[in-house]
Design a binder for this molecule. Sequence first.
Ligand code: HEC
Ligand code: HEC
Ligand code: HEC
Ligand code: HEC
Length: 307
Amino acid sequence: MKWLVVALVFVLSSTMAHAESGKRPPDNPKWKKECGSCHIAYPPKLLRAIDWQRLMEGLDNHFGTHLVLGAGDNKEIFDFLQLHAGFRAKNSASSLRISDTPWFTRAHRKIPSNTWSDPAVKNRANCEACHINAGSGDWSKRSIRVPKAGEKAPHADGVHADAGKRALPPDNTKWKEECGSCHLAYPPRFLIAADWQKLMGRLGKHFDANAELNPKDNKEILDFLIYHAAYRPKYSAPSLRISDTPWFTELHDEIPNNTWSDPAVKNRANCAACHINVEDGDWSEDSIHVPGGPDGEKKKAWWKKHR
Ligand code: HEC
Ligand code: HEC
Ligand code: HEC
Ligand code: HEC
């Protein structure tokens, strides 16, 4: 049986390597040099493409300084920022300051206000005052030290800024009603914003169904979907099917082929056939029951064996 163990270890380590590589921050030497000389080179994903565009067009008055970049350098940096920009409304601020975005405010809400004016911090844009390795692209919790002797760092309790969001899945009455009438209202986090936008742009021809909405409802639902959308490429598929995304395929590759065509499942998009509590937003492993498969301790081994 040794070969089986080896094979499993290989599968595990290869999926882990994949997850790691997805985390490596995007890099570009020109951007790092030009945009990292006065302050750290702020990660592109922390502002939306439109904000970066405005910022790059206004370099002659860049927060009180005058920047001059060659046209070639400007374009290279511009393209890099656009490619890796954030998607969500919460990563945007009319001041073009990351530190004014709703995302920033929320992620830093536990920091006492007098910390921001502490001489060691100076201001919110001075990320490196607390994110001590941000200069080398490391924004992890491990590398946060909030200055101020003796004070308990706000992250010391281990509560993640997103914890509330994860516990309570995003909700919107209109979305639930309109997008949950023919099938499960698929959670926004399973597709990237661009895919939701395409899908909502052609509801008249929605996978052989007509799901047309009035413009007002369409906009409300689209805003909701985009706000909570995924941002990694593995949550995207040209077919606009969640069940065709690399994320889905990888996660479900242990399910036996004949299970997908089982009358109790019908097809891959029928998530609730196996995720038995998703109507309540519960996608946890404890609430998975594959039709025809066992439950309890045995089920994991069964998923793997029937691959
Ligand atoms: C000559 C110095 C200098 C260079 C070079 C420079 N910046 Fe800035 N940048 C500043 C100053 C000064 C501020 C305002 C900081 C403050 O208010 O404390 C700023 C602020 C910012 C902010 C807002 C930060 C926040 O959340 O408040 C962004 C975003 C930004 N710069 C991006 C860039 C990009 C992109 C480049 C490269 C094209 C760049 N900067 C190059 C001086 C510079
Ligand atoms: C006064 C210290 C301080 C400054 C300045 C600061 N941060 Fe933070 N940041 C924190 C703390 C503390 C947390 C963790 C909050 C929590 O756990 O609730 C955090 C969380 C984050 C996270 C999430 C990390 C994770 O793994 O969840 C990111 C990303 C981040 N900050 C980016 C920035 C950027 C970009 C700037 C500058 C524009 C900045 N921070 C300025 C203290 C700071
Ligand atoms: C009139 C019925 C109907 C309504 C209303 C409807 N859909 Fe669908 N949807 C379908 C059908 C039919 C499919 C294809 C299912 C299949 O192939 O098994 C589908 C498939 C999908 C898929 C792809 C699932 C996958 O992974 O294969 C997504 C995503 C989706 N719908 C999102 C939405 C959203 C968002 C809304 C609300 C704006 C919505 N749907 C409203 C009928 C509907
Ligand atoms: C035939 C049954 C089946 C169908 C249909 C199905 N899944 Fe799954 N799903 C599983 C199984 C089994 C796992 C656990 C795989 C593993 O851990 O190896 C899983 C895992 C997951 C997980 C991770 C759960 C966790 O906490 O580890 C998510 C999220 C998920 N599926 C989403 C979906 C979505 C979205 C759909 C519909 C578009 C769907 N699934 C359709 C069987 C199914």
